[in-house]
Design a protein around this ligand. Structure first.
Ligand SMILES: [Zn+2]
Ligand SMILES: [Zn+2]
Length: 145
């Protein structure tokens, strides 16, 4: 099943040809500030992605290994994308909130769980990772040496 989504004003839309059944939450400080809350996203490989209205995207290099794209008209967060060389280069993490249809997608993971503000928590049990666990996982990808 193809997934589709768009920003609030509709100037940017996208389609993902791959099966999407999982989404994850990121509680890191960058995602919190970027979205104004929790970044809920689903993963898509570059070959499966087509974007319409890409000229309306503003792309912000938020770290040496990733960029974040948002609609320059309405400000909607649309995707986080890995730019670092390595096995994850080009991988998109689309904002789940931009999806047209959430059927069949479960929240299965949370990252930077140790950075989550205590004010809220998801009720379902998920596979969770701390900042240290995530950094260890990506150390070989983000380290240029
Ligand atoms: Zn927009
Ligand atoms: Zn994050």
């Amino acid at each position: 099943m193809k997934r589709s989504g768009h920003c609030l004003c509709g100037a940017v839309s996208y389609e993902v040809a791959d099966e999407v059944t999982e989404m994850g939450a990121c509680h890191c400080e960058m995602c919190r500030r970027w979205t104004g809350g929790i970044y809920l996203s689903f993963r898509a490989v570059p070959d499966a992605v087509s974007i319409e209205g890409g000229e309306n995207l503003s792309i912000f290099a938020s770290s040496p290994w990733a960029e974040r794209a948002f609609c320059k008209i309405c400000g909607s967060s649309l995707y986080y994308r890995v730019t670092a060389e390595g096995p994850y280069q080009g991988t998109y993490h689309f904002a789940a909130g931009s999806l047209d249809d959430h059927d069949g997608i479960a929240l299965t993971g949370q990252v930077y769980i140790d950075k989550k503000p205590k004010a809220y928590a998801f009720r379902q049990s998920t596979k969770d990772y701390t900042e240290a666990e995530i950094l260890a996982m990506f150390a070989d990808v983000t380290d240029p040496s």
